[in-house]
Design a protein around this ligand. Structure first.
Ligand SMILES: NC(=O)c1ccc[n+]([C@@H]2O[C@H](COP(=O)([O-])OP(=O)(O)OC[C@H]3O[C@@H](n4cnc5c(N)ncnc54)[C@H](O)[C@@H]3O)[C@@H](O)[C@H]2O)c1
Length: 370
């Protein structure tokens, strides 16, 4: 494995104080394979420069504007090799395009865009976007989620019959949540609301673990504030490939729920279950037998770990596993589990189908393919 020189990385968005910027930086550091070399970290030019200085960037690489950063980094012999995009959704693809035009690989947070049509246009315009565009679907970085995928692929569950995925949170119902900013603005965050914020994670988790593509949705989207621009909750019926069926419930106003993502997959021979708030365990129940609890770090789980068994891993470690895979991709090593542009595009097509279905009183809608 080539680890002699750290990979030179830039960031757009993610000034300290926002949510995801710090998570990306912690994950980058955990791998030991990246060096933060440049940034345009905030929408406020002065704050962007100050934040860069705080993070130790040299003044000439702490940019007030991401367009300027793309052009100037591309012109440097020691310019960045990859850029992480941690901005509100509407900026993901314009920023990605600017850097990819200069041959710089992109690590972009989800959802791909605020606008499904923009995502389709990007797919048409950019040749082979999967080769250079990574999407941080965090939950596919958990060791036990990867083991779940391995179990399904190995045939341990037999043919998959049903997939149930839930992603409830309550932070948008808290009085302290106040102004939800770009998330409540269709142009900036997208019309999908909770579907873009957490539904795309749930879809990717379901497809990643089961190995089955979701083909059709029937959706009911709701909001507790009837004046809100976007939905905060969704109940969906799903039809997957191979005649598997499923359900998805996502909500950002479910009282008492922190980040209670969970998935259950039922096959003809066995079932499995995983909960994000207890991420080191995976339940596996053969038909008619007792439930086994499989644990990260134990000898029957082959996924590599950051810390040994019994020392809990979590959200940042899952993110770091994605960054480790990204480093593999950037150094021409295999990274087969790393979500790419096409997984992000599926998320946008899922949002579009769910919005159409909900407008049509829950009528089934196909998720676009091709
Ligand atoms: N993968 C995950 O688990 C996960 C979790 C939460 C959010 N997200 C995604 O991460 C992204 C950021 O979400 P967040 O919660 O951190 O938002 P946030 O509002 O906390 O942070 C957004 C950051 O982008 C910066 N920004 C805005 N416009 C900019 C511009 N023109 N140039 C440079 N910087 C600009 C802001 O200054 C801020 O620092 C969103 O796309 C969101 O969907 C992903």
């Amino acid at each position: 494995m080539t680890r002699l020189h750290p990979i030179r990385l830039g960031m757009v968005g993610g000034a300290p104080g926002g949510f995801m910027g710090d998570v990306h930086r912690m994950a980058q550091r955990m791998t030991g394979r990246f060096m933060l070399a440049a940034g345009a970290l905030s929408s406020d030019p002065q704050r962007a420069v100050t934040a860069g200085t705080m993070l130790g960037l040299p003044p000439d690489r702490s940019y007030a504007d991401w367009r300027d950063m793309a052009a100037r980094e591309a012109a440097r012999p020691d310019g960045i090799q990859v850029v992480s995009i941690v901005t509100p959704n509407y900026l993901h693809l314009p920023v990605a395009r600017a850097f990819m035009d200069h041959g710089i690989t992109v690590i972009c947070d989800k959802p791909l865009s605020a606008d499904p049509a923009e995502a389709e246009a990007f797919a048409r315009d950019i040749p082979d976007p999967d080769a250079r565009f990574i999407v941080t679907y965090t939950y596919s970085g958990y060791a036990m989620v990867r083991h779940a995928r391995h179990l399904v692929a190995s045939g341990a569950l037999g043919r998959i019959r049903m997939i149930q995925v839930e992603y409830p949170q309550d932070w948008m119902a808290l009085p302290s949540s106040g102004n939800l900013g770009w998330r409540q603005d269709i142009r900036l965050g997208g019309a999908g609301g909770c579907l873009g914020d957490i539904g795309t994670h749930a879809l990717h988790l379901a497809e990643f673990t089961s190995g089955l593509e979701c083909r059709q949705v029937s959706a009911l989207l709701t909001r507790i504030d009837e004046n809100a621009a976007v939905p905060d909750s969704a109940q969906l019926l799903l039809r997957f490939a191979d005649n598997a069926t499923g359900g998805m419930w996502v909500s950002q106003v479910a009282a008492g729920c922190g980040n209670a993502l969970c998935i259950r997959i039922y096959g003809e021979k066995a079932a499995l279950g995983w909960q994000q708030e207890y991420p080191d365990q995976l339940s596996f129940t053969p038909l008619g037998k007792a439930t086994q609890i499989l644990e990260r770090g134990s000898t029957d789980v082959s996924e590599p770990v950051f810390v040994p068994r019994g020392h809990p891993e979590g959200y940042v470690s899952a993110f770091a596993r994605l960054y480790d895979d990204a480093a593999n991709l950037l150094t021409n090593q295999p990274a087969p589990l790393l979500p790419r542009f096409s997984a992000g595009l599926r998320g946008m097509r899922f949002i579009e189908a769910a919005l159409q279905s909900s407008r049509n009183n829950g009528q089934w809608h196909d998720i676009r393919v091709g």
